[in-house]
Design a protein around this ligand. Structure first.
Ligand SMILES: *Cc1c(COP(=O)(O)O)cnc(C)c1O
Length: 357
């Protein structure tokens, strides 16, 4: 018997998440993982590494609670927001019995985490305007424990209507949690639902330092929720989930000066996004969708051909499941200029080829 046969059936059949890193590529310009173009410097003491870390470092929880404007008891930290997704599924969903709902096109990890733990997935696609289909969600709530809502949504970039999120919270009260994934909320802080936490005990919010805080490599995320939910998640989290150096760096990032730096970098990225949106929008046959995160979803006449040409030229973007759409992370101004220039040149060449035929 091969070793592989020893694994759980679910694991043998699993297609893992196609992360940007896993997909590889050979480029000079990496705009495929919604990473920040800023590499900020931090200092690490390197002390006390002989001791285990604290499960939930007080200083870190206090700093994030202050940043998010919530109470200390409403915050949990984990290895990225991805671990938060996993903890929620493990804590709330009975395998082979309960389900989660998610609304494609959206972030891929909700489905993959559920599958890994043999939790059923129900999909209720977003409407044509990429908003929640509330009646369809209502029809699927039987046996559902978690409803994932991503806002700003990855990969479409739009915000989910706040009134709809509230309607969903009311519709699910007492039966299911609504998990609002706010991985990109620092690019549009006014759109947060964190102020609703006090009113809705079934609201959970996911946050991360990976995007606006430019710390994707740190692996530090947060779950904001009612203290009862935080307490449940703490029962199943690993004993030492946050490495000591991670806490040191995260606390610096969340300090007053760290927050000021992030704010400045968010403004810079937003200006680059506006530049790219305007530039691409001027090209024939190209549609740029309004985006609130550090990425834009763009529809091209022939996205496959263009994606490959960019890839071969060392500009690595992300394919999307939406027809003829590519997701472009917002990099530095130089990266945006080079990307725009190459796309403009490609599209002009292609339309000349077509005219010649
Ligand atoms: C990037 C991303 C995450 C994961 O964040 P980590 O903290 O790096 O695990 C979660 N949700 C969405 C929508 C994301 O785009």
């Amino acid at each position: 018997m091969s070793i592989k046969q020893l694994a759980r059936k679910t694991v043998r059949n699993l297609t893992p998440y196609q992360s940007a890193r896993r997909l590889g590529g050979n480029g000079d310009i990496w705009l495929n993982a919604n990473e920040s173009p800023f590499s900020n410097e931090y200092s690490v003491s390197g002390e006390r590494l002989n001791r285990y870390s604290t499960c939930q470092p007080t200083e870190l929880i206090a700093a994030y609670a202050d940043y998010a404007g919530v109470r200390y008891e409403q915050v949990l930290t984990s290895r990225g927001a991805d671990e938060g997704i996993e903890l929620l599924i493990r804590a709330f969903c009975e395998p082979n019995q309960d389900s989660i709902i998610y609304c494609p096109p959206t972030y891929g990890m909700y489905a993959i985490s559920a599958e890994i733990f043999d939790v059923k997935t129900k999909t209720v696609p977003l409407t044509e305007q990429w908003q929640l289909d509330l009646p369809a969600i209502a029809n699927n709530l039987e046996g559902t424990k978690l409803v994932f809502v991503c806002s700003p949504n990855n990969p479409t970039g739009n915000l989910i209507d706040r009134d709809d999120i509230e309607a969903l919270l009311e519709m699910t009260a007492g039966n299911a949690l609504v998990v609002v994934d706010e991985a990109y909320i620092d690019f549009c802080p006014e759109a947060t639902t964190a102020d609703l936490l006090g009113r809705y005990p079934n609201l959970v919010i996911l946050r991360t330092l990976s995007k606006a805080f430019a710390l994707a490599g740190l692996r530090c995320g947060f779950t904001l929720a009612h203290p009862d939910i935080i307490e449940l998640l703490l029962k199943i989290i690993a004993p030492y989930p946050v490495p000591v150096p991670v806490t040191e760096i995260a606390v610096q990032a969340l300090s007053e000066s760290g927050r000021a730096k992030t704010k400045f970098q968010v403004l810079d990225i937003s200006a680059n996004r506006a530049y790219l949106q305007a530039g691409l929008g001027m090209l024939d046959g190209v549609t740029v969708f309004d985006g609130y995160g550090n990425y834009l979803l763009v529809r091209f006449p022939d996205s496959d051909e263009l994606f490959k040409a960019l890839w071969e030229h060392g500009i690595i973007l992300r394919r999307s499941p939406i027809e003829n759409c590519i997701r472009i992370s917002i990099g530095s101004r130089d990266e945006c200029e080079k990307t725009l220039a190459f796309i403009r040149e490609q599209l002009t060449q292609n339309s000349e080829k077509r005219t010649a035929l």
